[in-house]
Design a binder for this molecule. Structure first.
Ligand code: ADP
Ligand code: MG
Length: 278
């Protein structure tokens, strides 16, 4: 049967993605089997409490790190199998990345406007106007400043401008509004949404409810697993590779005893809280 609508390839996707950090004191399972897709033309927001694995996930989606297990495909490349050289090229040319607490931009010794020129050049977009790119994040008046002469919030907005420079296919930003007031956070989200509207796949992490509301897709992480996925249409729970069902937080609140009665009917499966013992 022919497909009813054409499906665009995801810019990034992963299956059963696992990240384990090993240190002298033990192992941390930061991601425990994540499956997701990041689509072009959309803003995907990854939300979750501190320590839930947001940075670990975004670092891998940005091709800055490799999975411990599972598969990760970014812009057609298998990140687990790619050579270090291929990864570096992919990152430079095709992925805009804002690390968490980015401070000094890509080149701490260059003026803001020169950093933008350099990064746009890597991406083969020498015609981009760096002044426009700075103005888009409200930094038009800071073009000649070195990163050290910028405030924390201005440094964060410079990092976003650099990620957007040269219109990369994939833009990954880890809490890009964490240090910004509401007005500047809105400016940054507007710029990220404009990049998505122009066709980029944009994925950011945030704890900010106001930003979650502006997402095309909202993915919630908890303890290294996806707990729910919300699109503009609906919210779905997530079933992991071993069959465990993750309920959205609002639904989880209906099961304070963390026990559930599962009833299988002709028209579906019903979950209800067990009767209280009296
Ligand atoms: P979030 O961004 O949601 O706060 P992270 O991905 O930073 O979460 O961290 C998830 C877990 O992995 C945490 O327990 C954190 O301490 C651990 N972790 C992250 N990075 C490293 C690392 N480089 N080495 C060891 N543990 C790490
Ligand atoms: Mg983080």
């Amino acid at each position: 049967m022919p497909e009813a609508e054409s499906v665009t390839d995801p810019a990034a996707s992963c299956e059963d993605l696992v990240k384990v950090f090993r240190s002298a004191t033990g192992e941390t399972h930061a991601l425990r089997g994540i499956g997701l897709e990041v689509h072009p033309g959309a803003l995907t927001v990854v939300a979750g409490p501190s320590g839930s694995g947001k940075s670990s996930l975004l670092t891998m989606l940005g091709a800055r790190d490799r999975p411990s297990a599972g598969t990760l495909t970014v812009l057609g490349g298998d990140i687990g199998a790619a050579s270090t050289r291929d990864l570096r090229q992919l990152r430079r040319r095709r992925i805009g990345f804002v690390p968490q607490r980015s401070a000094l931009g890509v080149f701490p010794h260059l003026r803001a406007v020169d950093q933008l020129r350099q990064v746009a050049g890597w991406r083969g977009a020498r015609t981009d106007d760096p002044a426009d790119a700075l103005a888009a994040v409200g930094l038009g008046h800071r073009a000649d400043h070195l990163p050290l002469a910028l405030s924390g919030g201005e440094q964060q907005r410079l990092a976003v401008a650099l990620a957007l420079a040269g219109s990369p296919a994939l833009i990954v930003a880890d809490e890009p509004t964490a240090e910004l007031d509401h007005a500047n956070a809105d400016v940054v989200v507007d710029a990220l949404l404009a990049a998505a509207a122009a066709g980029a796949a944009v994925v950011i992490s945030s704890h900010d409810e106001r930003i979650m509301h502006r997402a095309d897709r909202l993915l919630r992480l908890r303890h290294g697993v996806l707990s729910s996925e919300t699109t503009r249409r609906d919210t779905t729970g997530v079933i992991d590779a071993t069959g465990r069902l993750q309920l959205p937080p609002a639904v989880l609140d209906l099961f304070p005893s963390r026990r559930v009665v599962v009833e299988i009917g002709a028209d579906g499966v019903r979950l209800r809280a067990p009767e209280e013992e009296s």
